[in-house]
Ligand binder design. Structure first.
Ligand code: Z5A
Length: 217
């Protein structure tokens, strides 16, 4: 059953390529929304629930890669279904806002560009996400060379970061195509700027789209 009406919380996702600053900005957005008086939970994908975190370990270790992009998309969908059912949907139903660091658009951009057909991804999304679609998606757009440089400063490359530059460029285009196809849900944020400037753009987008204007009085 769809969760609608005044009690439902709002669902915000952050998407983009490696090292674009999603996690940094997701935490800043959490603080901003809390200061504005909202109940908010932060979560992430792959993962976000204990069972989905187990699947995350398999995926990021590259253990599913040999089975191909359809199988990887299936694993992401299994994790997502659990995450949606046990974390996201209950929170929204209680009127809590949810911020997720990556969600279903990542499957389109990563497994889609690797060869999983959009028809199959549509069906998986229907099963895993159902009606629990984001109200707002912030797509942090960044040249993948800069994103990989930032990511490399922080950690050893995982299964996805280790891919070649052309693949990263295709993912960037896939995210921009999603934004162009769904302008009502998506806002593209220029992530090449400093952290504070990016945060200001995100606050402006959230304010404009979701009616948040700053700390509650
Ligand atoms: N994946 C998939 O294939 N299919 C799916 O359906 C889903 C995911 C859901 C999850 O990795 C991987 O799973 C991911 C896609 C794939 N591919 N990879 N890799 P993850 O969760 O481990 O990591 P990530 O989601 O890719 O994010 P990240 O690499 O951790 O980066 P980030 O969250 O975008 O950025 P950050 O951690 O906030 O910042 C990175 C560094 O840059 C850090 O040192 C910051 O201090 C710095 N930073 C942040 N902002 C700035 C600015 N503005 N200027 C300069 N430096 C900055």
């Amino acid at each position: 059953m769809a969760l609608t009406g005044p009690q439902r919380g709002l669902f915000i996702t952050l998407e983009g390529g490696e090292g674009c600053g999603k996690s940094t900005q997701a935490w800043r957005l959490l603080d901003f929304l809390k200061e504005a008086g909202r109940e908010v939970v932060m979560t992430r994908e792959p993962g976000g629930s204990p069972e989905a975190e187990t699947i995350r370990q398999l995926l990021l270790a590259g253990l599913v890669k040999p089975f191909g992009p359809d199988a990887e998309a299936l694993f992401f969908a299994v994790a997502r279904r659990d995450h949606v059912e046990n974390v996201i949907r209950p929170a929204l139903g209680q009127g809590t806002w949810v911020i997720s660091d990556r969600f279903a658009d990542s499957t389109r951009a990563y497994q889609g560009t690797a060869g999983a057909s959009s028809d199959k991804l549509d069906r998986l999304e229907e099963i895993a996400v159902g009606e629990t679609r984001p109200d707002l998606t912030l797509i942090l757009d960044l040249d993948p060379r800069e994103g990989l440089r930032r990511a490399a400063l922080r950690s050893i490359a995982d299964r996805f970061e280790a891919d070649g530059l052309e693949i990263h460029a295709a993912r960037r285009k896939a995210f921009l195509d999603i934004a162009a196809a769904e302008p009502g849900r998506c806002v593209v944020i220029d992530a090449s700027r400093g952290e504070e400037e990016v945060a200001a753009s995100i606050r402006a987008a959230v304010g404009e789209r979701l009616g948040i204007s700053g700390p509650a009085s």
